[in-house]
Design a protein around this ligand. Structure first.
Ligand SMILES: C[S@@+](CC[C@H](N)C(=O)[O-])C[C@H]1O[C@@H](n2cnc3c(N)ncnc32)[C@H](O)[C@@H]1O
Length: 268
């Protein structure tokens, strides 16, 4: 079930999880310092949405879909302050499309030696329990064992940071009752280096919001964030993750109950 109207769940001063549509909520934000996007894209001609239960949408706008990856990326770039950064997860299908779109619509820093737009490609490599790169989904043409991450920014940026855009972490096994769950550590390192106390992080298509939890670990109460997901159950999964992750200090956070009218019948 997705909701018609955005519904903010207040976690603490400056911290909220909005149950609502990403484009809709992003259109009300113009002060994001960093946005971490793990978009709910779907490849064409692939049924079953890769086994996930949440809403997915095409990369490009189609007649039967008002939301697309392009509209969400544009809304992210609008919501960023000048100099703010976009960090977007991608796979082998999304990566070339997303980087091309960023370059065409928002600029190519590597070509122009200035301005904003596409900056670089990073990655998260998963380690198996024997600490070698994960090969649990090898197929016939090699194994990815992780995912790519695209980094860009809006206009010229003065933010300087040195954390590696290529991170190597144990495979994320716990799913907290949700789909496509990513590890916290890479985002903790990226936002921890890129952001300053008091900054505003936005996490559209948040799910369990590893980037917000990474910011929570890195900055504690001195960071603001807005997570956005159109599924009430994603908020429940976020609350569960925040409370189960021992590295997250939840003392200053509240986890309000979802009002009955927004709750789904599905129990996680
Ligand atoms: C790839 S998952 C994010 C998973 C997240 N990175 C994690 O670690 O839990 C994409 C999320 O986007 C949400 N979503 C799909 N369409 C949306 C929309 N139009 N607005 C907001 N959220 C949306 C889905 O409910 C899902 O939780």
């Amino acid at each position: 079930m997705v909701v018609d109207q955005p519904h903010p769940m207040y976690l603490a001063d400056g911290k909220k999880y909005v149950i609502g549509d990403a484009v809709d909520v992003l259109s009300s934000i113009d002060d994001a310092d960093v946005i971490c996007l793990d978009d709910a894209w779907s490849r064409p001609y692939r049924g079953g949405q890769f086994g996930v239960e949440y809403d997915t949408h095409p990369f490009d706008h189609e007649e039967d879909s008002s939301t697309s990856t392009k509209t969400i990326v544009d809304a992210c770039m609008e919501a960023l302050k000048p100099g703010g950064w976009l960090i977007a997860d991608a796979d082998d299908w999304l990566l070339p499309r997303l980087t091309s779109y960023l370059m065409e619509e928002h600029g190519d820093v590597n070509e122009d030696y200035g301005g904003g737009g596409y900056r670089k490609v990073g990655s998260v490599t998963y380690l198996s329990s024997d600490e070698t790169p994960d090969r649990s989904t090898p197929g016939m043409y090699g194994s990815t064992g992780g995912y790519s991450v695209v980094f860009g920014h809006k206009e010229e940026t003065e933010r300087r940071w040195s954390e590696s855009v290529r991170q190597v972490v144990p495979r994320q096994r716990e799913k907290f009752g949700w789909g496509s769950v990513k590890p916290i550590l890479p985002y903790q390192k990226w936002v921890g280096d890129l952001m300053n106390p008091g900054d505003h992080l936005v996490v559209p298509c948040a799910g369990t919001a590893p980037a917000a939890l990474g910011a929570e670990i890195a900055f504690d109460s001195s960071i603001q964030y807005t997570c956005i997901d159109n599924e009430p159950n994603a908020y429940k999964a976020f609350c569960r993750r925040a409370q189960e992750e021992t590295t997250v200090n939840t003392e200053s956070l509240e986890f309000p109950e979802i009002p009955n009218r927004l709750s789904t019948a599905d129990e996680m």
